[in-house]
Each structure stands twice: as C-alpha cells, then as structure tokens.
Design a protein around this ligand. Structure first.
Ligand code: LRH
Ligand code: MN
Length: 388
C-alpha cells in the first residue's frame, strides 16, 4: 500500500482546468437546449468556474475560447478571475466557425483564407500575453469530405507553415499544444486525425510544441492509455481534454461513461511521475453539459478525476512490478484491480476536510443556493453558448 500522506499530497497538488464553454448553453446539431442562469459573458463564466474551485479546491484556472470569450480588456478579465480566486488558463483558438473556413483554415487551398486563420492564431498569442496564459491550444476542424477534394500532403505543408509561424511568435515561457481528432466535422480526411500526426508536427516545431489527448477523439476501442504512455515516454504530452463518450465525441462528463479507462490513463500518468503540475502536463476538462446543470456537472467531473487519480495513486507499484517481472499475469492484473476496486471516497472526503473544505463539494455547492441566485440575477441579456 502506498504511503497515504504522499497520496494525499499528490491529490492536494493536482490541478484540473475548467473550460469556460462548459458553463454556457451547448448541444448537438439537433438542438442546443438553453438553461436558466447560464452566464452571459466571460466575467460570469469566471464567477461560475470560481464556484467549482471554491468547493473542490483543485480547479484554480479556466480555459478560454476565442471569440466565445472575446472581451476588450483581457488583463481586466484576468484580474477579475484573480479576484474570484482563479486565473485564466489555456487560450483556445477557433478557426472552425467562419464561412471562409468551409474548405479549411490554415490548410485551406486559398492563401488569403490561410492568412486570415493565421492572423487569428497570432491574435490568440497576444491574448495569452495580456491574460498571462502559458498554453495556446490548437484544434483544427480542417479536413476534406470526399476523396480527391484536396491534396493530403499539400494540406500538411500548409499546416506546417502556419504552425511554424505561430511557434516562432510564442514567448519563451509559452507553449503550443496541438489537439488531434479522428473525424467531425470532416468526414473523409482530418488534417490532424491522430497522435502520430500531431507528434510529427510538434517534433518538427520544437520543444515547446506538445500533443493534447482529448479522450473523445479516438476511434472506438483505441487503447488511449497506450498513446499516453508513448507521449509521456517521448516527453511530448502537453495535456488532456478530459470527457467521456459511449460512441463518438459525445463530450460527456469525464469518467461517466468509462471510469475504468480513466483510471488506466491516470495509472500511466502517475507511473511516469506526470501528475505534478511541474511535469507540464495540463489536465483540462472539455465537456458540454447539454441537459444537466453546468456548475454541478463540473464539480462532479472534478470529483470523477480525483477518484481516478486517487485509485491510481493507491496502486502498489512494487507488488505490480514484481508480478510483472515474474510473468504472473493474474497477479499483476489483480494488483491493478485492487487499486481500482478501492472505494476512495472516504479518503477524498477526509482530504477535503484537511484542506478546510466540505467533504462532499457537490452537496456543499447545492446547499449554497448559488444556482437559484444566478437564475434570478441573469434574466436579461443573451446567455453564452457555442454560437454554432
Ligand atoms: C473539438 C474540441 C476542441 C475544442 C472544442 C470545444 O471537438 O474538443 O478541444 O476547441 O472541442
Ligand atoms: Mn477538446
């Protein structure tokens, strides 16, 4: 059994970043359901994200998405977040919601469109400077829908050219994290479809270009923890976009659909010593609470990650290695399953009390009535959403 003090320290130091867009209205192509009390601007999104940190103690930053979180003064937004007890984290670029990007953004055959997309990416680095953010997260919807529509290699050349221009613009402490996705909205080729493509581009750029693993962006059945182990081994895992899915990019609450997979992923992270913020791996949520209340959904998601991390920290690594070396297949599997089947909720409740927090952040938040307060306060104006 692991040293419980070390386990608790690791859990106390773990940091989970929240996505601003999870607090806004979201949905599918069929319907975006609006919910009462949804924030109307990035200021209110930060206030809601601060609630999640207030009760969990481990979510001190909110990622922003541009232009969904466009404001006139990003330094003022960062100061507002700070006053609310959190900070502005990763800046997400968005070159997937403009008619000009029908045939792609940085991979578009039209140089004028590519220049427009690059200008947005560079503007996002300016925003990072103003907000004090370390990471620029790039996800490209770019791809094609029919064979022959465009040249696969030529599009990669265009992508590499844009990434090099962005990388060159980054400050010394800033990073570019490149997210891959198998498909959607493109349905024949996606220009960054898998970890290999992202890794090749990152290695071509330099040491501050890293890969983002969104847990909803793989083909069914893909062993994500294997990819995580390989990226950690290569020193190129920049972070996670955590969510879960039963079918495609469902963006459901992390750990809701497959808590065992999340545990296996966190086992690889813990084993590689990559849980500590100093490791440079960013643990971000990327979810949409289409039908459930947003703030409670984020709190539950943070708790799901904490439970997977706690179980991974309880793996008896000496016993595991011994069984592995002996070729004791069932013995080794049993060591891992013992940790996974451990009920870590009492440990986490106790840890929160040691941190001066309520043992159950979900119940504690609900008891505040904050949800009802924002419903009554946010009647005017238009609620935030994806604007898709
Ligand atoms: C794309 C994605 C990406 C974000 C968006 C909100 O599917 O995962 O990380 O920009 O969702
Ligand atoms: Mn994502």
């Amino acid at each position: 059994m692991r040293d419980l003090t070390a386990v608790k320290d690791a859990l106390k130091n773990h940091r989970i970043e929240l996505p601003s867009w999870a607090f806004g209205n979201s949905g599918t192509r069929f319907k975006v359901f609006s919910q009462p009390g949804v924030p109307r601007d990035p200021w209110e999104k930060a206030a809601d994200a601060a609630q999640v940190h207030k009760y969990t103690g481990v979510a001190p930053s909110m990622a922003v998405h541009i232009p969904w979180d466009k404001v006139d003064d990003y330094a003022a937004l960062a100061a507002h977040a700070k006053a609310s007890g959190i900070r502005i984290g990763t800046v997400n670029a968005n070159v997937f919601q403009d008619d000009d990007y029908r045939l792609g953004s940085v991979c578009n055959p039209d140089a004028k469109v590519r220049r427009k997309a690059l200008a947005h990416l560079l503007e996002c680095v300016d925003i990072m400077d103003a907000a004090g953010s370390r990471d620029l997260k790039l996800w490209f919807a770019d791809g094609t829908n029919y064979p022959g529509q465009d040249d696969i290699s030529a599009r990669q050349d265009r992508l590499a050219e844009a990434l090099a221009a962005v990388y060159q613009r980054l400050g010394p402490d800033q990073r570019l994290v490149l997210e891959y996705k198998l498909f959607e909205p493109s349905f024949y080729t996606t220009d960054v479809p898998d970890w290999g493509t992202s890794l090749l581009h990152c290695q071509a750029l330099g040491p501050r270009a890293l890969v983002v693993v969104d847990t909803g962006h793989h083909a069914p059945g893909v062993n994500i923890e294997f990819i995580v182990a390989m990226l950690l081994r290569a020193g190129r895992l920049g972070g996670f976009d955590f969510n879960s899915r039963f079918y495609a990019d469902d963006d459901l609450m992390v750990g809701a659909a497959d808590p065992f997979q999340l545990f296996r992923i966190m086992h690889e992270v813990v084993k590689a010593g990559a849980l500590d913020p100093a490791s440079g791996v960013a643990f971000m949520l990327d979810q949409c609470h289409n039908i459930e209340p947003k703030i409670p959904g984020q709190i539950r998601s943070v708790m799901n990650v904490q439970e997977a991390v706690a179980k991974a920290l309880l793996v008896d690594s000496d016993a595991l290695r011994a069984a592995q070396v002996e070729g004791d297949v069932l013995g080794a599997n049993a060591v891992l399953m013992d940790a996974y089947n451990t009920d870590v909720r009492p440990l986490l409740a106790g840890l929160r009390e040691e941190m001066g927090l309520a043992p159950d952040p979900y119940a504690a938040y609900l008891a505040t009535g904050y949800g009802d307060k924002i419903i009554s306060e946010r009647k005017e104006g238009s609620p935030a959403g994806w604007g898709a």
